[in-house]
Design a protein around this ligand. Structure first.
Ligand code: COA
Length: 137
């Protein structure tokens, strides 16, 4: 479910919350929001403006989040995604995320399963976490 404005405002008051956006002028094209601790980063949401999809922006902003995590010394990045969200699942898998758990009927609105994915940043090459590079392996 999308967050309400109140939930968004509340998140920004929390010290471990961060969000990054890709802008064209004043227009938000894509964003990713995360929670982070010293060892772990959780991707809460990642979205590309519907009119800007399939142009590489999702991959670009995910790659940026992984690079930031790596610079922070974080080794484990995790997220939950709806089992039926094929575009997102495909993006995550192509960026090195591996499915580690399934929670049956997790989403109350559709009854869909939640898939938990983890990306171990140590497994990226010394030149850095790179979705594009990982994608071509
Ligand atoms: C998932 C999402 C972020 C992808 O963004 P995008 O900018 O369109 O993705 P990209 O153009 O960077 O594509 C990267 C990869 O994602 C996958 N992908 C993206 N859209 C896809 C689609 N419609 N069908 C199948 N695969 C798709 C492909 O693997 C693609 O690689 P490829 O171009 O080599 O085939 C976007 O569809 C979105 O905002 N969805 C709604 C929000 C959402 O579901 N977020 C995930 C929450 S966990």
């Amino acid at each position: 479910m999308p967050w309400s404005e109140e939930q968004c405002r509340g998140a920004f008051t929390q010290p471990f919350f961060a969000a990054f956006g890709l802008m064209r002028g004043t227009r938000l094209l894509a964003y990713v929001s995360v929670y982070h601790t010293a060892d772990e980063l959780e991707i809460l949401n990642l979205a590309v403006n519907p009119s800007e999809r399939r142009q590489g922006l999702g991959r670009r902003i995910l790659d940026m989040a992984l690079r930031v995590a790596r610079k922070m010394g974080i080794e484990k990045v995790m997220l939950d995604v709806r089992a039926g969200n094929y575009p997102a699942v495909s993006l995550y898998q192509s960026c090195g995320f591996v499915r580690v758990a399934v929670r049956s009927h997790y989403y109350s609105d559709t009854g869909e399963d939640a898939l938990t994915y983890v990306c171990r940043l140590r497994s990226f090459s010394a030149t850095g976490a790179d979705c594009a590079k990982n994608h071509s392996r």
